[in-house]
Design a protein around this ligand. Structure first.
Ligand SMILES: CC(C)(COP(=O)(O)OP(=O)(O)OC[C@H]1O[C@@H](n2cnc3c(N)ncnc32)[C@H](O)[C@@H]1OP(=O)(O)O)[C@@H](O)C(=O)NCCC(=O)NCCS
Length: 409
């Protein structure tokens, strides 16, 4: 079996998507308008596919977007997506070969990091990805969860129609991008695709849309769905699924959660993709009414260590030499000297002795400040050569807020 790896051509576009849908086990039958919005923005240049003769047997690609890193700089980020291998061709190394080509392609485009959401968390560590943005899923009995503490809320929440949401939500999203590391900036096409998805359907019906504004500026929004459960004609119970709670400051966070916890008749509220430093637990009178489940959100992969590390600032001043082991693409590893602090940083290849040896996945894990190197060291994922260097790394890589990514891509 000879497998060819390359981008798909325009003529192969439909076959690429059919193969992808089948890889995830689905039949996707969109309208022409939906197909255009959903799929034509994904250009051949973003793709890397595997072909067995004419048949597409592997799909992958990367959406180039921008996201913030600690210190507030915006970096380029290869958002890896659409990864499948046909069931007829699995476990023969096709993903292993395809991923390497995709990562090389994205590095050539000048992306310092790649990131992705994994369908299964055991897949990507072998390719150098580290768990970088962890989330929490919340389940709340809203009859018992009472907000006891709240910051001052100077603005107001109001319901908006899908048309108005299309106009005001982008401003709130951009505010969130600038206040948290890791949130992808959305372009016009992404918002059009999002708006198209608001047509309703399915047994959850259409979502409710709420914006939080201060002085006419949108600083947050929530998008939620409700479902009633009836027994003998009586409503016994209602579910509220808070699909998106996007906030950019304490007031927008508190206002939106006040709203969600006060939707009467719907007593079981669930949400996913909350940042791990969400302040909701500290606002409640009784924290036990909030069930929290950790979840692996976004995996990061360094494509260019020097460029990625020098893009962010560091909480404490310091200088460290890392020996970065990249077993998947060895020439991207090596020894790097990082010198940084709150005002900026540099990172360059060096021949100096290493303070710390670690795999590229571990460096990717701590990149946005979402995990401590000391925890990884205790797990046997890092080796310290100079006493105190892991502690120094932790004080440097610390971030004011945990990274967060409320968008699945
Ligand atoms: C995940 C998927 C793309 C893997 O493709 P593949 O071509 O079979 O992968 P490879 O043959 O290159 O596997 C490489 C290694 O990863 C392992 N691996 C692959 N998929 C795995 C999984 N789902 N869980 C755990 N290990 C996995 C293989 O066992 C192999 O290990 P080895 O090197 O020790 O032998 C394919 O199974 C698939 O399409 N799954 C359904 C869609 C999906 O979940 N896509 C991922 C979206 S984020």
């Amino acid at each position: 079996m000879t497998i060819e790896y390359r981008q798909f051509t325009e003529a192969e576009r439909r076959r690429f998507w059919t193969s992808l849908d089948r890889g995830f086990g689905g039949h996707y039958e969109p309208s022409e308008a939906q197909y255009r919005l959903d799929r034509e923005g994904f250009t051949p240049e973003m793709s890397m596919a595997a072909f067995d003769g004419e048949e597409v047997v592997g799909t992958s690609g990367a959406i180039g977007f921008e996201s913030a890193v600690p210190g507030g700089a915006i970096i380029k980020n290869a958002g890896v997506t659409a990864v499948t291998v046909a069931t007829t061709h699995r476990r023969r190394g096709i993903l292993t070969n395809m991923m390497e080509r995709l990562l090389r392609q994205e590095r050539e485009k000048g992306q310092p990091v790649a990131s992705l959401w994994a369908s299964e968390s055991a897949i990507y560590g072998r390719f150098g990805y580290g768990m970088s943005i962890q989330h929490e899923n919340f389940k709340i009995d809203t009859r018992k969860a009472v907000i006891k503490n709240s910051p001052e809320i100077p603005g107001k929440t109001r319901y908006v129609s899908p048309d108005e949401a299309r106009k005001v939500f982008p401003e709130a999203w951009e505010a969130a991008v600038n206040s948290h590391s890791g949130i992808p900036r959305k372009d016009e096409l992404s918002w059009d695709r999002w708006a198209l998805g608001l047509g309703g359907g399915g047994d959850w019906g259409k979502p409710w849309l709420v914006v939080y504004e201060e002085d006419g500026r949108a600083l947050g929004y929530a998008q939620y769905l409700v479902k009633e459960l009836h027994v003998f004609g009586e409503q016994t119970h209602g579910l509220l699924n808070a699909d998106m709670v996007v906030h950019s400051n304490p007031a927008s966070h508190a206002a939106l959660w006040n709203h969600l916890l006060n939707v009467d008749l719907y007593d079981t509220l669930s949400t996913w993709r909350s940042p791990v430093d969400d302040s909701l637990p500290w606002m409640l009178e009784d924290q036990r009414q909030l069930e929290r489940k950790p979840y692996d959100g976004v995996w990061y992969r360094m494509l260019d260590v020097a460029e990625a590390l020098s893009a962010r600032t560091y909480m404490a001043e310091g200088s460290l030499v890392f020996e970065v082991e990249d077993s998947y693409i060895p020439e991207w590893g090596g020894r790097f000297e990082l010198t940084g602090g709150p005002d900026g940083s540099t990172c360059v290849p060096t021949t100096k002795a290493a303070d710390i040896t670690l795999p590229t996945a571990s460096l990717s894990t701590i990149y946005l400040g979402g995990a401590k190197l000391a925890e990884l060291e205790r797990a046997g994922r890092v080796e310290e050569h100079t006493d105190g260097s892991v502690a120094l790394a932790d004080s440097m890589f610390a971030a004011e807020r945990a990274p967060w990514c409320p968008l699945m891509f």
